[in-house]
Design a protein around this ligand. Structure first.
Ligand code: SF4
Length: 62
């Protein structure tokens, strides 16, 4: 499973990074979340929680 952030939807709230900092990082300049470790979902098991808690449903797991 690989996480994808829809940058059009992302509001840069930082929730995904709080929940799953090994996989998501909010770029301070862009104000958008970026996937820093696409392989990290299985390893860290936190992507589902990040996806469920994104307030604008910008995260999908493929
Ligand atoms: S939780 Fe959603 S809106 Fe917030 S930074 Fe992450 S992807 Fe963006």
């Amino acid at each position: 499973m690989r996480p994808v952030v829809d940058e059009e939807k992302c509001i840069g709230c930082g929730t995904c990074e709080e929940i799953c900092p090994m996989v998501f990082h909010v770029d301070e300049v862009l104000g958008k979340s970026q996937v820093i470790d696409p392989e990290g979902c299985e390893l860290y098991g936190c992507c589902e929680a990040a996806e469920e808690n994104c307030p604008v449903e910008a995260i999908t797991l493929e």
